[in-house]
Write a protein that binds this ligand. Structure first.
Ligand code: HEM
Length: 415
């Protein structure tokens, strides 16, 4: 069967897409799948699409409305209206929101968070270090980004179980595999989160603090009709919601997959342990080899040529970030996991162009600190063979990563 006749979203391909990706890049790098949408797979072609919002929109997606639409709308009416601010917006409106959000992710703020990230990661590690075994995803990789962003948004530690649920329910729809009931549950959760965060925003309006939420609440549009104005509440909530959607599970998956690949490649583990200055490149290579956000959609605004193929105006297409990051033309020996790969940092895991991830520096810091602690304080990392399934991979169209990683280790002697 030709690769153009294959369904991309089968459980087999989602479990391990790399053979399918290789065939797509080689045989039909830009094509329309049997499900109607198009895919763009090669590194250079993905770059050309995401850098060109004039031809490729991140906004309204064509498609059939799901049957639960009325019920969904009724739930949404109990919350704040949706606003297209970032992920689903296009320039020039996107540019204005983005300039404002960038002010909350200045290098100064990220550097300031570094100490907090270390404290949070160390606190999580302390809870299991005496055990010699850990389920790394739930006991560590979830907690690092979740707690960092919760603190930055002024969420009380006592409310963390709710915050975790809100974060999970923000991300769940991305899988593309939810039942109607699950979609309604996610909508209820979104509304609950909106009301909770609206109260925190009002607190920051009255009494700003030295934190990321205050930066967002206090930021003003620089130019345009709204120059000098702050974000309206529903816009603020849209931005905050997207920090959860884009920031938590992605970083969790990066930490877990990086550890898994080190365990699967003992020579690479030994190299990083011997020379911890390789850790920043380990982060990049992990992003490249097991890209947390495998693909994202765009809509062609005009008949648009990509890699010699014309995608008709109005078509839905997916840029395959995870596939582009394994393009042999860019990364020779792309299937190998190589913590010394010289161009690992050119990976497209954070996107490129106007939607380039504003949280990239934060995510890189979190992952770097996580690896520094896990490898610096513990040794002899291995799968916990006493568990029936030492790892569990979650199936999703968009996100790729582990939902469980059972490991054993020993403590390093500290002198
Ligand atoms: C390993 C971790 C992360 C990965 C792999 C990742 C990936 C991405 C990607 C691929 C995009 C581009 C979307 C597009 O092309 O349409 C993006 C955008 C975004 N990310 Fe991240 N992200 C990560 C961490 C974070 C963190 C920690 C935050 C914030 C706390 C964050 C917030 C955002 C936001 C708000 C956007 C939307 C930007 C826009 O549309 O202008 N991300 N991210």
């Amino acid at each position: 069967m030709s690769v153009t006749e294959e369904l991309m979203v089968t459980p087999e391909v989602l479990a391990c897409p790399y053979d399918y990706y290789r065939r797509v890049r080689d045989e039909a790098p830009v094509h329309q799948t049997p499900l109607g949408f198009w895919v763009v797979s090669r590194y250079d072609d993905v770059l050309s699409v995401v850098r060109d919002p004039e031809r490729f929109s991140s906004g309204a997606r064509p498609g059939v409305q799901p049957p639960i639409d009325d019920e969904l709308r009724a739930i949404e009416q109990t919350g704040y209206p949706n606003a297209d601010t970032l992920l689903s917006n296009d320039p020039p409106s996107h540019t204005q929101f983005r300039a404002l959000v960038n002010k909350a992710f200045l290098p100064k703020r990220v550097a300031q968070l570094e100490g907090e990230i270390r404290d949070i990661a160390e606190g999580l590690l302390d809870r299991f270090i005496e055990d010699g075994r850990v389920e790394l995803v739930t006991q560590f990789a979830v907690g690092v980004p979740l707690t960092v962003i919760a603190d930055a948004l002024g969420v009380d530690r006592a409310d963390m179980p709710d915050f975790k649920r809100w974060s999970d329910d923000s991300v769940a729809p991305l899988s593309g595999l939810l039942s109607p009931d699950q979609m309604l549950q996610c909508a209820r959760s979104r509304v609950e989160f909106q009301h909770y965060m609206a109260a925190r925003c009002l607190e920051r309006q009255d009494e700003p603090r030295d934190d990321l939420l205050s930066d967002l609440v206090q930021a003003r549009f620089d130019s345009g009709e709204r120059a000098g104005e702050p974000l309206a509440m529903h816009e603020l909530l849209s931005v905050i919601q997207q920090l959860l959607v884009a920031g938590n599970e992605t970083t969790t998956k990066l930490i877990a997959s990086g550890m898994q690949m080190l365990i699967d490649h003992p020579d690479q583990m030994a190299a990083v342990v011997a020379d911890p200055s390789l850790i920043p490149n380990l982060v990049e290579e992990s992003l490249r080899a097991e890209t947390p956000v495998q693909m994202l959609p765009r809509v062609a605004k005009v008949d648009a040529e990509v890699g010699g193929v014309t995608i008709p105006a109005g078509s839905l297409l997916f840029v395959l970030y995870g596939c582009a990051n394994r393009d042999e033309a860019k990364y020779p020996g792309a299937a190998a996991f190589d913590v010394r790969r010289p161009n690992a940092r050119t990976n497209l895991a954070f996107g490129q162009g106007p939607h380039f991830c504003p949280g990239a520096a934060l995510a890189r810091s979190e992952a770097r600190i996580a690896f520094e602690l896990l490898l610096g304080r513990c040794a002899d990392w291995a799968y916990d063979e006493s568990m029936a399934e030492p790892t569990h991979r979650e199936l999703s169209m968009t996100l790729r990563g582990l939902s469980a990683l059972h490991l054993t280790f020993s403590q390093r002697a500290i002198f």
